[in-house]
Design a binder for this molecule. Sequence first.
Ligand code: SAH
Length: 350
Amino acid sequence: MEKKDIKSLFPQEVEQQLIELGQPKFRAKQIVSWLHEKRVNSFDEMTNIPLALRRVLEEHYYINSLTIVRKLESKLDGTVKYLYELSDKNCIEAVLMKYKYGNTLCISTQVGCRMGCRFCASTLAGLVRSLKPSEMLDEIYTAVQDTGERVSNVVLMGIGEPLDNYDNVVRFLRLLSMPEGYNLSLRHLSLSTCGVVDKIHRLAEEDLGLTLSISLHAPNDSIRSQTMPINNRWGVDELMKACRDYFDKTGRRISFEYALIDGVNDEPCHAQELAKRLRGMSAHVNLIPVNPVKERGFKCGSRQKIEGFQHMLTKLGVNATIRRELGADINAACGQLRREYMKEEEEEQC
Ligand code: SAH
């Protein structure tokens, strides 16, 4: 019999499972608290659960956990980059950023990615598998345990496309925000997507209260289709329509990520086109100087060009900021730490 992943279950489901095992259902509350508040990694640590029940639980369930295989800490600003190993030996990344208002953790939602964005290191080796809800929770729980500090903001901007792992991500969000658990208000969570339009419409119906962040990176279809294959499935017009729908249904302001790539999407005419697209939307644009990825060959323009782009947007009435660079001394673009580690492992095996 295959054991079940108990940390991915809602309290009502734990209760139901206990009833099926002929156990008192009030134990569910205690078990959930051990898993999501005290965050233990074994049934034996659940000291108020009778030994006999602990054995039954062990027989039917497993408790997921992650190991930190590498940890890089910035000497400049305390940013921490974690390389985590999953129970099947796959690796994912998470980044902890320290701000005045609290700690933000950037987490992965998949092992690899199949979206194929041309500038992104996470997608170079394709998708291995999607993460389970418990594995995404553990990215947070492990960082909290390692630092001894609360994570107050979470961003789904690590490896993977969250909307390509829709059901697990939504379950994870509900588990993360439940009062019986980590109790994170989803107002403090951003989900970033390359633009999986059908899922954006679905997400608008979930009533989660999170902030949606769109990786736009281009003002028109011809540039966007060259750099982001998803654009061949849903073009910029359809994506914008989905954003408007999301805003109308949820009242939440959308933020747009725009990685500036020298000579590709960072000319003044692109700023004008972008401003036209966003006019009338309560939008915020996050400008990111593209992070060079060895295998890709894209680079960012001069500081002056980047600031010029921002000023142009502001002048045209679009709220835009340039992302502050954190952890410059441990810098690696999205997915690069995992990639480097994988290469080292391959070399060792040769
Ligand atoms: N799949 C999701 C979330 C993961 S990527 C998405 O596409 O939004 C997180 C963000 O980093 C996205 O905005 C992505 O486009 C951006 N990104 C990826 N590689 C980058 C690079 N080399 N330089 C700058 N931003 C990059």
